[in-house]
Design a protein around this ligand. Structure first.
Ligand SMILES: Cc1cc2nc3c(=O)[nH]c(=O)nc-3n(C[C@H](O)[C@H](O)[C@H](O)COP(=O)(O)OP(=O)(O)OC[C@H]3O[C@@H](n4cnc5c(N)ncnc54)[C@H](O)[C@@H]3O)c2cc1C
Length: 475
């Protein structure tokens, strides 16, 4: 099997042993003929993720159980063809696309929530349940599953775990790995293992659950997850404020901590983001503002009333103006419309967006933004910054015209310099989107040689034939 990525092959179907008639027959015998797709039209929806770069699989296999996944993976080992697991296909780093050909294992059919246990605060789900469906199901029982990637309506729980997805609620509640109690995983050699369990405490053996979280479909295929739940907070409130400068806005998170308030979400928009949403949607925000903050708190209604007032006071003291505090759910929704309007609004700055998700210790966000703006000027590339100020995870968007090769080259250079700046500031190159094949060339900027080699050794130990998701992370 080739170990390099053949970008020239994009759009064409690779050919490995997966296309052999006897292999396809064996796959059909395992999962049922109707669950093996080979027609070009039928595999097309599985060729790309949110990056929209196409690598059509030779076949798509849709198993219905861990046993079926295991048999498919064993066959792939025997005949040495690549296998790539796929969830909702809304990843941003090409993780779910078969860059070296072979089959895609789609988890679409494994979409049942098998247990919601309120007494012991956990849910058991198959990997193909969407984040939204899980949230709705547990909320109907007064329970709460906090991880909330913005892609939640389309992303699957399996994909969330494999990417260790975060979201706006990470400021208070952390990321997906903080909610994974146990997993059933088909290893790259076909064995089915159970990691962790159903208790919140469990220190028996190595933490294989932790190893699988964020492993980007390279160490195993998740076939079941036991997820930690919390009681559903009774109330939420949001406060929105504008600031003259980004530094003034960035002074708020430590001030909230000093005031002993932990907001659920602290989202920031920079000057260019504000101008874009104002120009497109006219929310009535000062177009000269240097930054806008959206801060939410949750909990008991009385507590939420108190903490939202503290948030408002802190923001005012630090120079916040045009401050709005939600009174009702509808108000709150309206305040968040600004954030939701961002992605469509910034399209006016270019037809191609390099959407990076770098992260730094949150006190260093102002330095990061300054550095990124300087990088944008140096490479003559327009940049828009917004994101999760509460955890220092900023979406840096370099905008250019996709048909202008020089502009695209400049934007790529700006991305590389931004990664370097993030690492220098004590952060790293991805806070939530992962590495996939897109960021693989930059992994060495974020990890030292010994750490990288340790990861390679783990990969080799679990996947000696290199069949699971080749062409990703290590290139
Ligand atoms: C509009 C938009 C907004 C987004 N917002 C956020 C955000 O707020 N926070 C965030 O963290 N990310 C965000 N993302 C990125 C993305 O949605 C997340 O990474 C998400 O977790 C991907 O889930 P998925 O089911 O689509 O996974 P896929 O894209 O299908 O797969 C992603 C990776 O997981 C692996 N995988 C999938 N299923 C399994 C399985 N069962 N077992 C093992 N490996 C598996 C794949 O092989 C691949 O490497 C966003 C993306 C978009 C397009």
């Amino acid at each position: 099997m080739s170990r390099s990525i053949h970008f020239a092959d994009r759009g064409q179907r690779a050919r490995t042993a997966a296309s052999e008639p006897d292999v396809l027959d064996a796959l059909r015998a395992t999962v049922g003929a109707e669950n093996v797709l080979v027609d070009a039209q039928k595999v097309e929806p599985y060729a790309a993720d949110a990056l929209k770069e196409k690598f059509p699989p030779e076949a798509v296999v849709l198993p219905g159980s861990a046993r079926e996944v295991s048999e498919v993976v064993r066959l792939a080992n025997e005949r040495r063809f690549p296998v790539t697991a796929r969830g909702g296909g809304v990843g941003y780093t090409g993780g779910a696309v078969p860059v070296e050909g072979g089959i895609v294992i789609g988890t679409d059919r494994m979409n049942r929530i098998t247990e919601i246990n309120a007494d012991n605060l956990y849910a058991v789900t198959e990997p193909g349940v969407t984040t939204y469906a899980l949230q709705q199901a547990v909320e109907a029982q007064g329970l709460f599953y906090p991880p909330d990637p913005a892609s939640y309506k389309n992303s699957f729980i399996g994909g969330n775990i494999a990417e260790n997805a975060g979201g706006i609620r990470s400021a208070k509640y952390g990321v997906t790995k903080h909610y994974v109690l146990g997993l059933e995983v088909v290893l790259p050699t076909g064995e089915i293992v159970e990691t962790g369990g159903r208790t919140s405490k469990n220190v028996v053996g190595f933490d294989l659950t932790g190893l699988m979280c964020g492993s980007e479909g390279m160490l195993g295929i998740i076939t079941e997850a036991t997820l930690r739940l919390l009681p559903l907070p009774e109330a939420t409130r949001t406060v929105r404020a504008t600031f003259r400068t980004m530094s003034a806005a960035c002074a708020c998170p430590p001030a909230f901590t000093r005031a002993r308030v932990t907001p659920v979400a602290i989202e920031v928009l920079d000057h260019s983001s504000i101008r874009a949403v104002e120009a497109e949607f006219a929310f009535g925000i000062d177009p000269e503002a240097g930054a806008l903050l959206l801060v939410s708190v949750d909990g008991h209604p009385e507590e939420v009333e108190r903490t939202s007032r503290v948030v408002e006071e802190v923001m005012r003291e630090l120079g916040g103006y045009d401050i709005l505090r939600s009174e009702t759910r509808e108000d709150e929704d309206r305040l968040w419309d600004v954030r939701r309007a961002l992605s469509p609004a910034i399209k006016k700055y270019g037809t191609l967006k390099f959407n990076e998700d770098v992260v730094v210790p949150r006190s260093r966000v102002p330095e990061l933004i300054e550095r990124v703006e300087e990088i944008g000027r140096r490479h003559e590339t327009f940049v828009v910054n917004f994101g999760h100020l509460g955890d220092g995870n900023i979406h840096v968007n370099f905008m250019c015209d996709r048909d202008d090769a020089t502009a695209v080259r400049r934007a790529r250079a700006a991305v590389r310099d931004t990664f370097a700046a993030s690492v220098e500031l004590g952060g790293t190159i991805s806070g939530e989107h992962g590495i996939g094949y897109v960021k693989a060339p930059y992994l060495g900027m974020a990890l030292d040689a010994a750490t990288l080699e340790t990861m390679r050794r783990i990969k080799r130990a679990l996947d000696p034939r290199g069949i699971l998701n080749p062409g990703k992370m290590f290139v």
